[in-house]
Design a protein around this ligand. Structure first.
Ligand code: HMG
Ligand code: MG
Length: 298
């Protein structure tokens, strides 16, 4: 069994988490949350998205959040961009890192971004050209890699096809999303095995939701294959507004506790992280969806 010495945690709570809250979280709360996450030592903190405010009102004001947060050396603050209009807003805000987001399911793609998979890839190509011209780094997401809320099982070959398209377009990292958390460890390993036939493992990330309590088990399984980038969400916030039943991403506190216990470096401090967790959980008026946070901050 080989495991990474260091894992990069990509914190997605301020975006993937807050995009799914029933109420709109004020800009100043989002700014303070991002600051607390950076203080905890996270080096990649997703901040928001440039999507339609009619589709995802929770992400309204993302430009102001991005421009207001102090930018720390060595920290990146990616923003989600679905199309050329979103990219124009990202460039106007001076964004240096973006994420484009595709899916391995046709139906999910239609529900999420109102186009087919092939149309989405054409749109992302336009975004990518803009990004290259302005030296913006681009991460790529593939949703529904272990199942779709509309289509059920998804062929691994489709995951490989969409992930490869994003990688060959120029994404530095491909984040493989189990959007509705239906995956189990061996299935997750088989999917990673297939994708690594086309993309080197160091360019892949695991973005697992914890809907069925499989998040940590799935992460351990793919770390054994060499995955060393993990997306997670503070307080286990989140889900996707276009994936009914998707609960939060695996909680950052739980991932960190597991990695600490295994002696794997992350650069993140658990005590500081718990302060960020408490901050957003208090604001939302509920306890964090993290067993570690609940055990350590009763
Ligand atoms: P559309 O309606 O097809 O776009 O939406 P359109 O080009 O036909 O334009 C219609 C209107 O939207 C126009 O405005 C445009 O200006 C406006 P109007 O003339 O009616 O006033 N518009 C925009 N406004 C702001 N920003 C934009 C933008 N583009 C067009 N970028 C669109 C297409 C993609 C915009 C829409 O479907 C959308 O915003 N979808 C939301 C997608 C989303 O944010 N989903 C959640 C994130 S993905 C996720 O969570 C999964 C992930 O975590 C991984 C995993 O877990 O699997 C990443
Ligand atoms: Mg997600």
């Amino acid at each position: 069994m080989s495991l990474p010495i260091y894992v990069k945690i990509v914190e997605v709570g301020a975006r993937d988490g807050l995009q799914n809250e029933p109420t709109l979280v004020p800009i100043e709360i989002k700014i303070a949350l991002v600051e607390k996450l950076v203080e905890a030592g996270l080096s990649v903190v997703e901040v928001g998205s440039f999507v339609s405010p009619k589709w995802v009102p929770q992400m309204t004001g993302s430009s102001e959040v991005y421009t207001s947060i102090p930018k720390h050396e060595g920290v990146s603050y990616p923003m989600l961009v679905p199309n050329a209009k979103g990219m124009a807003e990202a460039l106007a805000a001076g964004v240096k890192d973006i994420a484009i987001f595709a899916a391995a399911s046709e139906t999910f793609t239609q529900k999420n971004i109102n186009c087919s998979i092939s149309e989405s890839l054409e749109r992302f190509q336009v975004v990518m050209e803009q990004a290259k011209a302005h030296e913006v780094r681009v991460r790529g997401y593939v949703s529904c890699v272990l199942g779709c809320p509309y289509e059920g099982d998804i062929a691994v070959s489709k995951v490989v096809e969409v992930a490869s398209a994003l990688y060959h377009m120029g994404c530095y990292e491909i984040s493989l999303g189990d959007t509705i958390g239906v995956g189990t460890p061996l299935k997750a390993q088989r999917m990673i095995d297939a994708v690594t036939q086309q993309i080197p493992i160091e360019h892949l990330a695991a973005h697992f939701h914890d809907t069925y309590g499989q998040g940590l088990a799935n992460l351990l399984a793919v770390m054994q294959l060499g995955i060393s980038v993990i997306d997670s969400s503070i307080a286990g916030l989140g889900g996707c507004p276009y994936a009914k039943g998707a609960s939060g991403n695996v909680a950052t506190e739980d991932v960190l506790y597991m990695l600490n216990g295994m002696g794997i470096e992350t650069g993140v401090d658990l005590t500081q992280l718990l302060l960020a967790s408490r901050y957003i959980a208090d604001y939302l008026g509920r306890s964090p969806a993290s067993k570690v946070a609940r055990a350590l901050m009763p």
